[in-house]
Ligand binder design. Structure first.
Ligand SMILES: NC(=O)c1ccc[n+]([C@@H]2O[C@H](COP(=O)([O-])OP(=O)(O)OC[C@H]3O[C@@H](n4cnc5c(N)ncnc54)[C@H](OP(=O)(O)O)[C@@H]3O)[C@@H](O)[C@H]2O)c1
Length: 245
């Protein structure tokens, strides 16, 4: 894939991994459209670089997704790359909480349903381009879940399978389908949790290297070893991840 001259639409590009990816793409000479909810964060990121513009959208709401599609069709029809990065994680035990409908819906809607809907909505536009890509951000927890994040881990496993099948369905088209699989990264989502975190910039750097080589499954940092160990010593690694924080 070309690393410059693309128009990249990235969800959740106002902080963490999304912001690092947005910066990496603008610094490489691409136009970037950042989608997020918080207007103040959107203003800050838009002011940070002339190649960044922003659209406010709550990805958990169907009406807002439809509005986003209209804005993209009207203002950014040259979009060539969609990065489905926005996500959230709730940590709790289903046995210790009373009907957490809001948290269940929110995690499924943003982490998974919005990924499927946005990919599908933008397919007609992307398929008119000589070179295009969809990038979905899953997680190491898609492969070995942790005990206090049942819904989060399930959504990430769903993103992994959805991405694999989307790649099958698009293999004869000009649209490449990438999966970015980060380990534990130092972001707002993981504040106060875990150890040995890597920076969002390291994730963006590894992603850029994979992008340049058309390596579509991007196992970042420790994820390479983790997935190999899942084959060699599955019990050890699933137990380690089960009790991670
Ligand atoms: N951090 C890790 O260790 C790690 C590891 C593996 C995978 N991941 C995945 O990487 C992705 C980015 O995570 P992060 O750690 O960088 O998180 P983060 O710093 O908390 O950023 C999350 C981003 O998602 C946006 N977002 C959340 N809910 C949204 C909604 N309803 N509508 C629109 N935007 C929404 C946020 O924007 P607003 O603030 O405006 O809502 C923010 O820009 C997620 O998919 C996460 O699951 C993270």
């Amino acid at each position: 894939m070309k690393i410059s001259g693309q128009t990249v639409l990235i969800t959740g590009g106002t902080s963490g991994i999304g912001l690092a990816l947005a910066k990496m793409f603008v610094e490489s000479g691409n136009r970037v459209i950042v989608v997020g909810r918080d207007p103040r964060k959107l203003e800050t990121v838009e002011a940070s670089h002339e190649l960044i513009s922003t659209v406010q959208c709550d990805l958990g709401r169907q009406d807002e997704l439809e509005k986003l599609l209209l804005i993209v069709q009207r203002d950014y029809p040259d979009v060539t790359v969609l990065i489905n990065n926005a996500g959230l994680q709730h940590n709790y035990y289903l046995t210790e909480t009373s009907l957490p409908y809001q948290r269940i819906e929110n995690e499924i809607d943003v982490n998974f349903t919005a990924v499927v809907k946005l990919s599908t909505m933008l397919l007609p536009l992307l398929s008119t381009k000589a070179e295009a890509a969809i990038v979905n951000v899953s997680s190491g927890l898609a492969f070995a879940p942790k005990e206090n994040a049942a819904v989060y881990c399930a959504t990430k496993a769903a993103v992994h399978n959805f991405t694999t099948v989307l790649r099958y369905q698009l293999e004869k088209t000009s649209i490449k389908v990438f999966e970015l699989i980060p380990p534990l990264v130092e972001t707002a989502m993981t504040a106060g949790r875990g150890a040995g975190k890597i920076t969002p910039e390291t994730v963006a750097g590894e992603f850029k290297a994979a992008w340049l080589k058309d390596r579509v499954e991007v196992n970042v940092g420790k994820i390479k070893l983790m997935r190999a160990m899942l084959r060699w010593v599955p019990g050890f690694i699933t137990n380690k991840l089960r009790y991670s924080t």
